[in-house]
Design a protein around this ligand. Structure first.
Ligand code: GSH
Length: 202
């Protein structure tokens, strides 16, 4: 039995989407996105920084959304959702999978900190402007990628749960301009999936 430690409006949606997509049995521990629950002793035993997502699978406890996606695909997907090493799309899978936490999320974290988390007097307009600029630049190659591919590496894969979800978050933060028509088309496509709707509305 899998247990997902989850908070709304967080990266934990990636994992819920994946568990739903694979029709796996799981239980959900919904944690309020507030220090009282995230930083509780109980949750810090699962994640030393008191963050989500965390997945438990019998004796295994694993955090880092990318690691969890890879773990679930390796142990519970019957070979679905990841190209084989010999497949020509394998390097693309690796590159775009890691592009999410490596290139998209750092500026997005800064944007969240300087629009939602810090009290107004500590927010910095210049830092925010730079982060938005960096995020827009990082989205350009993804928009180009989606000109030729239906999903991120064409075939629906682990990359969609990571990078695809980060595109959704960027759009929620109003950082995907109307000119990024391929990203907008892609967001409509994943938005039609019941499994995705369940993940973002729980
Ligand atoms: N790189 C980590 C990031 C985890 C993370 O920062 N999660 C956020 C929610 S999206 C969190 O729990 N924040 C709570 C906090 O910073 O106190 C991952 O991909 O899982």
């Amino acid at each position: 039995m899998l247990t997902l430690h989850y908070s709304s409006n967080s990266r934990a949606q990636r994992i819920l989407w994946l568990l739903e997509e694979l029709k796996l049995e799981y239980s959900l521990n919904v944690i309020k996105f507030h220090p009282s629950e995230l930083k509780s002793e109980e949750h810090r035993r699962r994640h030393p920084l008191g963050r989500v997502p965390v997945l438990e699978d019998r004796e295994v406890t694993i955090y880092e959304s990318g690691a969890i996606v890879e773990y679930v695909i390796a142990r519970h997907s019957n070979g679905e959702l990841k190209p084989k090493i010999s497949d020509p799309s394998f390097p693309d899978y690796l590159q775009w999978f890691h592009y999410c936490e490596g290139m998209i999320m750092p500026p997005m974290n800064t944007i969240v900190v300087h629009t939602l988390i810090l009290p107004e007097e500590r927010r910095n307009e210049e830092v925010l402007r730079q982060a938005k600029n960096l995020l827009t630049k990082a989205l350009v190659p993804v928009n180009q990628l989606l000109e030729k591919n239906k999903y991120l590496i064409d075939k629906f894969s682990g990359v969609d749960f990571m990078l695809g979800h980060s595109l959704f978050m960027s759009n929620e933060l109003k950082c995907v301009s109307d000119e990024m028509i391929n990203i907008k088309r892609y967001l409509n496509l994943i938005g039609e999936k019941e499994t995705f709707q369940k993940a973002i509305n729980t």
